[in-house]
Design a protein around this ligand. Sequence first.
Ligand code: SF4
Length: 97
Amino acid sequence: MTIAASRIEEKLYQNRYLVDSGRPHIKVRRHQKPSANLLALTRVCPAQCYELTDEGQVEITADGCMECGTCRILCEASGEIEWNYPRGGFGVLFKFG
Ligand code: SF4
């Protein structure tokens, strides 16, 4: 189990990411209290882009997002997040092999 996890991390480390400064492609709307789905993003995002602040807000730092769509499936329809692909030339660059 640990061996598999380290292999995945090693593979993910090969990816590159070009940050589009000041133009995050995913945004979290302000909320009184995070829903169960929104809160789950702090655990299920494979790039660990989501975190819960001391003020009880779920926030995102989209740098490193792998565009897997998990957060889009869980929270876009409810309006809790706004999800777009990065602009052309920005975002993740996958390295295979
Ligand atoms: S698309 Fe995937 S990697 Fe990107 S922020 Fe959402 S859950 Fe994380």
